[in-house]
Design a protein around this ligand. Structure first.
Ligand SMILES: [Fe+2]
Length: 200
């Protein structure tokens, strides 16, 4: 698999600012585009964490919280069917649907090394910070008998220092993402545990 840079840095159209899709429609898109249950769950988890962060930490209004949620929910929507064109396909679909440019930019910048788009605003930076860690924490939960119950930050940090555990999670990306925000790795891990544990 190879991911190519998107080759551009502007997405969507400012005249579509504030234009989202109903969350049911986004879930339907996931059902249609992503047969893999585990990948769908990953996106729902990132969406829940993004929405919670917007409300609890950024004092977001309803529309803004829904933007954060939508970006989380769709960020990997084209991954399963178009791994070599990830995330160009979902970006073009959202542009075709006249979705808010900030949502599209957020998706485009969720892996700067891969897509060649730098995170700009807080929403961009937080999806970058949450994405890999969310998947990593879920992988850690799956090998515990009680899953998320009693899971602590320390054990996650220890696993991060074990290269063989969830080896596909690039530790350099995690470090880079955390360096761009004002929140500690420990706090981000705790926030993810708290807000994705009940997502189904
Ligand atoms: Fe992801």
């Amino acid at each position: 698999m190879s991911i190519h840079h998107l080759g551009r840095s502007t997405f969507g159209d400012v005249s579509n600012t504030g234009n989202l899709m109903p969350i049911e429609e986004a879930h339907q898109l996931l059902t249609d585009w992503v047969p893999n249950d585990r990948l769908r769950l990953h996106m729902k988890q990132v969406a829940a964490v993004m929405k919670a962060w917007a409300i609890e930490k950024e004092n977001a209004d309803d529309l803004t919280a829904r933007k954060w949620e939508l970006a989380g929910l769709l960020h990997d929507a084209d991954w399963e069917k178009h791994p070599n064109e990830h995330c160009r396909i979902i970006i073009e679909e959202l542009e075709r649907r006249h979705i808010d440019p900030e949502v599209i930019h957020c998706i485009a910048s969720h892996g700067p090394r891969y897509f060649g788009v730098e995170p700009k605003n807080t929403m961009d930076k937080m999806i970058y910070a949450f994405d890999e860690l969310s998947g990593f924490i879920h992988a850690a939960a799956l090998i515990r008998p009680n899953r998320y119950e009693g899971m602590d930050v320390k054990s996650v940090l220890k696993k991060l220092k074990t290269p063989s555990f969830a080896a596909q999670v690039n530790r350099d990306d995690v470090t880079d993402a955390i360096a761009r925000i004002d929140t500690s790795l420990e706090e981000i891990i705790q926030f993810i545990i708290d807000h994705q544990k009940d997502v189904q």
